[in-house]
Design a protein around this ligand. Structure first.
Ligand code: NAD
Length: 263
C-alpha cells in the first residue's frame, strides 16, 4: 500500500529512542522527511545518523526540552526554516513521574502539566497555521491506554493523557473541514527503556524481581507478550498517511488486547 508520504515533512518529538524513534523510522521508510527532537544531544545525533543512513531520508535534529514553551517555539521555527513547513506532527515525550496522589507535590503536578499537556498545546499552536493554509495536516498524539483504564501508581499520566484526549477531540472538530485530522494512539506495555525503568521502580517498591513485574504484565495481556515499538509505529504511519483521510478524533490502542472495553 502506498501511504503517500513521499513529499511530506514530519515533526516527531521525543524521537531519540523508544516509541518516538520507531515512529520516525517508520515514516522515514515511507519516504517522509523528518525533524527529530529530544533533550539529550548525543543520543539524538546518533539517531539522526542511523536514520538518515539507513533510509536515505532527509533528517534534521533539534535538541529541545518540550516542557519549555520557548524551546518548542524555536523547534517549530527551525523545522519551518529547514524543511519549509510541517505536514505531520507526532507529539511524544518522556512519561511524567510515577506515583500516587500522596507521592506528588504541587511542583511535580506543574512539571507534569508542562511536559505532558502544554507541550502538545504549544506544538499544535506552532504547526497549525501552515496546516490551515495548505488545507492539509495530520496531528497524532502518543498517549496511553491509561486513557481507557487508569494504571495504578501513575496518577499524573492518568490525569494528563485524558486532558490531551479532550484537547485532541475538540481540535479535531474545529479543523476537520480543512483536511486536518487529529488522532491519538494509545500504547499498552511496549518494550522500551522507559518500561524497563518503570519495572525497576515497581520491583524495588514491591520487593520482587524485575522479571516478576514483566511476567505480571504479560499475564494481563491476551497476546501474552509486550508490544514492540515498531508495532505502534505502523499505526502512526497509517494515520499520518493519505489513506487515513476520513479518520479523525479517535483514540486507538496498540496493546495486544490489554484493555477489555468494547469501545
Ligand atoms: P522513552 O523514555 O523510552 O523515550 C522518550 C523519548 O522522549 C526520548 O527520546 C527522550 O529523550 C524524549 N524526551 C523525554 N523528555 C523530554 C523532554 N522534556 N523534551 C524533549 N524530549 C524528551 O519512552 P517511551 O517508552 O518511548 O514512551 C514514550 C511515551 O509513551 C511516554 O510519554 C510514555 O509515558 C508513553 N507510554 C509508553 C508506554 C510503554 O509501554 N513504553 C506505555 C504507555 C504510554
Amino acid at each position: 500500500m502506498d501511504l503517500g508520504l513521499r513529499d511530506k515533512v514530519a515533526l516527531v518529538t521525543g524521537s531519540s529512542r523508544g516509541l518516538g524513534r520507531a515512529v520516525a523510522e517508520e515514516l522515514a521508510a515511507e519516504g517522509a522527511s523528518l525533524v527529530l527532537c529530544a533533550r539529550g544531544e548525543t543520543q539524538l545525533s546518533r539517531t539522526l545518523d542511523d536514520i538518515s543512513q539507513r533510509y536515505q531520508a532527509r533528517v534534521v535534529a533539534v535538541p529541545a526540552d518540550l516542557s519549555e514553551p520557548k524551546a518548542v517555539q524555536q523547534l517549530v521555527s527551525t523545522a519551518r526554516r529547514e524543511m519549509g513547513r510541517v505536514d505531520i506532527l507526532v507529539t511524544n515525550a518522556g512519561g511524567p513521574p510515577a506515583g500516587g496522589f500522596s507521592d506528588l507535590t504541587p511542583e511535580m503536578w506543574q512539571e507534569g502539566i508542562e511536559l505532558t499537556l502544554k507541550s502538545v498545546l504549544n506544538l499544535v499552536r506552532g504547526v497549525l497555521p501552515d496546516m490551515r493554509k495548505q488545507r492539509w495536516g495530520r496531528i497524532i498524539n502518543i498517549t496511553s491506554v491509561a486513557v481507557k483504564q487508569p494504571i495504578d501508581n501513575l496518577i499524573l499520566s492518568n490525569s494528563l493523557r485524558a486532558a490531551v484526549t479532550g484537547l485532541a477531540r475538540s481540535l479535531a472538530n474545529e479543523v476537520a473541514r480543512l483536511n486536518i485530522t487529529v488522532n491519538n494512539v494509545m500504547p499498552g506495555y511496549t518494550q522500551t527503556q522507559r518500561l524497563e525503568e518503570l519495572a525497576d521502580q515497581i520491583a524495588r517498591r514491591e520487593r520482587v524481581e524485575r522479571r516478576d513485574v514483566f511476567q505480571g504484565w504479560e499475564r494481563d495481556i491476551p497476546m501474552g507478550r509486550l508490544g514492540e515499538p515498531r508495532e505502534l509505529a505502523a499505526l502512526v504511519a497509517f494515520l499520518a498517511s493519505e489513506r487515513a483521510s476520513y479518520i479523525t478524533g479517535g483514540s486507538m490502542a496498540v496493546d495486544g488486547g490489554l484493555v477489555r472495553s468494547l469501545l
